[in-house]
Design a protein around this ligand. Sequence first.
Ligand code: C2E
Ligand code: MG
Ligand code: MG
Ligand code: MG
Length: 283
Amino acid sequence: HVKARGKDGYRFYSESMNIDTVNRLSLERDLRQALENNELRVYYQPQVCAKSGRIVGLEALVRWQHPDRGLLYPKDFLPLAEETKLIVALSEQVLAQACRHVKGWILDGNRDLRLAVNMSPIQVEHPRFVENLIRQLKNEEFPASHLEIEITENVIMNDLKQISQKLQQLADHGVRIAIDDFGTGYSSLNYLHQLPIHTLKVDQSFIRGIGNGEDDACIVNAIVAMAHGLRLDIIAEGVETDAQLAYLRGLGCQQIQGFLYGPAQPPEAISRMLDGQRVRAVV
Ligand code: C2E
Ligand code: MG
Ligand code: MG
Ligand code: MG
């Protein structure tokens, strides 16, 4: 009896493994194609000034318009892109698209508009990370001071010395550096005054707890207070409700990103939002 169960178990396991392997291989093939056929789309999520309600930044968030499977999200393909190192080529395409769109909007009159782009650990660890990034900005004629790169705490803790040199070089070119998902990584706070960091992004898990659990609100209070003390900018991620916005405003949190102001959207929709904002500003 035990043996039979074991056998069934084994067969079941091995079939599901096969399906996974086939899926994986076809997804990898598709992803290579996607890079050749320009199937990646960059969507943009507004980062809004808490006081004025104006869009001050846009975070580039990659989507994949798959020919059969429809619109795919980062969770569906980024892990594979990282395993296969295709992330390096993918990131170049994302940055190229994003530079073109945002440069257009800056030239259209949104003069202080900032572009935020996520950086994968694989990409950052690449020996020519800084060189490649700066070369791309030059090629696209995109002003370095309008770019904010987002890295997570885990990237920093991997190799503090290397990272510190790379970030300093980027900062010397005027690139801004944000810590994404702040408060969720395995890291000490020590790096905050050793690295050229401009912005902390409070992770959405803490924001979600505002109004629900005392603990999360306490953590948000502490992060915002610390950012003020260290003169860092702060962006609250995943803000969905007016109550959360009011609370964050009360703390003096400068920037808000979340469904309350809108999800990541294609460039056409962002153009309309920016146009509306300019009209309002003139009136
Ligand atoms: P992230 O950088 O922390 O981006 C925020 C994620 O939260 C985005 O998911 C965004 O759509 C979602 N989000 C924004 N506001 C809200 C909200 O109010 N409520 C909720 N529930 N969610 C909200 P998305 O686009 O699926 O991206 C997931 C992650 O994938 C990103 O997390 C980032 O780590 C990674 N990613 C996205 N695009 C890129 C890229 O071009 N390159 C790299 N290396 N990573 C990327
Ligand atoms: Mg991010
Ligand atoms: Mg985040
Ligand atoms: Mg994240």
